[in-house]
Design a protein around this ligand. Structure first.
Ligand code: ADP
Length: 496
């Protein structure tokens, strides 16, 4: 039998399930991908079918193995990274879901969150969990299922029902129902986990009327999660982390003060804050970055709702471009933004503004304004929003940033990366491997099985593809940011 030569990373995302096979030198040797249905039962509601999530994940594994004729026996271990917060509940004895997965984007439990805030519980929730009470997080989704699915509460209280985020669901299915567990990073997104005591919080469970017996065991991100049986071959699952935390790990941000930004549909900026959970004064979230050998590291997190999506808007709605990549060349056709600013607050503004009534705003237009200026303003908006998050993080931590690591689809855009370096005054680094999320899960899995000795050994293998150094002078940078903030103020409160 062949000795294990590969690590299998399962990247269970919001729109597709992917399986990525890495060799021991961290090269991607094969990728399998399967999309699945997005279910919108009502405006603002988003669901997935849990069986489809599982089956699409299995399909992606088989296609990745088959594509390169890799036998399952050549896989040494499995790492799992997943869309976070999405909530699944199922029958413990049959393995049948009792309801669809309620996806992180789903707003159905917003009224319950508003009640929690109105009753003055916001600060308590924040102190215990590091989160701002919001329908994104799992706890109010669990409560919705308990209250609305016939017989769910009685059965849950009788110990017949289990809850899990997507990692937990996949582990349970892959181990044939033997393991009901999650890792610290995923637990920290449920709004039920006390990130200081590292336990499910009894007060919050009581407040939300959720029985503790449905909750999974919380383990290290690098740990023994049982074995998956793939084509009759048993493969240990040894790494688990939520997608953004996995990306932070895959970018080797192991030291306090190191940060990464993922430029996808939205942007997710996470900074490692070491063993200290920092409570933000600027509306950022405190979360667990990873748990290894019983030791937890924390992170500050901020997100931008519309990041790369503004480029999709230019393409699909404005028809200024036909492919996302054209935005880069078009932005470079003009010497500057011509005084035009675009605030893409299409669905309100996230951190640090948190204004759900803000709406998109295009301002500074003159007779000389061309589509190129507007494309440039859109590209610049991604960088300004990130600069605002970074600024909030530096204020909260007091740690000046040495560099920012970039990944995600829009990190391919050279204009955007250079402009990001210019407006933040910080070097931007793009790694050789863009699949940082999957790589992070592979690192976590391989750390447990001894493929890597420790994070130092992993760090030494991180490869830089391109670095963008700040070139703009201080005066120009201040002027642009000042104008940007003026534009942001114009967009705020618009839909109130
Ligand atoms: P997600 O994981 O959120 O689906 P991806 O990481 O795949 O997102 O990134 C896709 C986003 O990046 C899209 O919003 C797209 O508009 C943007 N994008 C992709 N390529 C480029 C590019 N070359 N220049 C600018 N934006 C891009």
């Amino acid at each position: 039998m062949a000795s294990p030569q590969y690590i299998l990373s399962l990247d269970q995302g919001t729109t597709s399930s992917r399986a990525i096979i890495f060799d021991m030198e961290q090269n991607i040797v094969s990728v399998g991908q399967k999309e699945f249905e997005q279910i919108f039962p009502q405006p603002g509601w988003v669901e997935h079918n849990p069986m489809e999530i599982y089956n699409s994940q299995l399909d992606s594994i088989y296609s990745a193995l088959e594509e390169q004729h890799i036998p399952p026996s050549a896989i040494s271990c499995i790492g799992i990274t997943n869309q976070r917060e999405t909530t699944i509940m199922w029958d413990k004895s049959t393995g049948e879901p009792i309801y669809n997965a309620i996806v992180w984007q789903c707003r159905r439990s917003a009224p319950l969150c508003e009640e929690l805030i109105a009753s003055g519980m916001g600060e308590t929730i924040r102190k215990k969990t590091g989160l701002l009470p919001d329908a994104y997080f799992s706890s109010t989704k669990i409560r919705w299922i308990l209250d609305n699915v016939p017989d769910a509460r009685r059965r849950a209280e009788a110990g017949e029902i289990l809850f899990g985020t997507v990692d937990t669901w996949l582990i349970w299915k892959l181990t044939g129902g033997k393991v009901h567990a999650t890792d610290y990073t995923n637990a920290s997104r449920t709004m039920l986990f006390n990130i200081h005591t590292l336990e499910w919080d009894k007060d919050l469970l009581k407040l939300l009327n959720i029985p503790e017996c449905i909750l999974p065991e919380v383990k290290n991100s690098s740990d023994n999660y049982g074995t998956a049986v793939i084509n009759g071959v048993e493969i240990p699952i040894t790494g688990v982390a939520g997608d953004q935390q996995a990306a932070l790990f895959g970018q080797c941000c192991f030291e306090k003060g190191e940060a990464k930004n993922t430029y996808g549909t939205g942007c997710f900026l996470l900074m490692n804050t070491g063993d200290e959970p920092i409570q933000s004064k600027n509306n950022l979230i405190t979360t667990i970055a990873a748990g290894i050998n019983g030791k937890v590291t924390y992170a500050l997190e901020g997100s931008v709702f519309v990041g790369g999506a503004v480029i999709q808007w230019l393409r699909d709605q404005m028809k200024f471009i036909t492919h996302a990549r054209e935005s880069e060349t078009m932005a470079q056709k003009v010497a500057d933004n011509g005084g035009v600013y675009l605030v893409p607050a299409f669905t309100g503004l996230g951190a640090p503004y948190w204004d759900m009534y803000a709406r998109g705003c295009l301002i500074g237009i003159t007779r000389g304004t061309t589509p190129e200026h507007i494309v440039r303003a859109a590209e610049e908006s991604i960088a300004y929003q990130t600069a605002d998050l970074l600024d909030a993080m530096v204020k909260d931590t007091g740690i000046p940033l040495k560099s920012l690591k970039a990944d995600g689809g829009a990190s391919a855009d050279n204009f955007l990366m250079q402009f990001q370096a210019d407006v933040t005054g910080v070097p931007i680094q793009r790694p050789a491997i863009r699949e940082t999320t999957a790589l992070g899960a592979a690192y976590l899995a391989g750390l447990y099985t001894g493929i890597w000795k420790d994070t130092n050994e992993i760090s030494s293998s991180w490869k830089l593809k391109k670095q963008y150094l700040p070139q703009m002078d201080h005066k120009d940078r201040s002027h642009l940011l000042e104008q940007w903030h003026k534009a942001v103020r114009s967009s705020m409160g618009w839909a109130r």
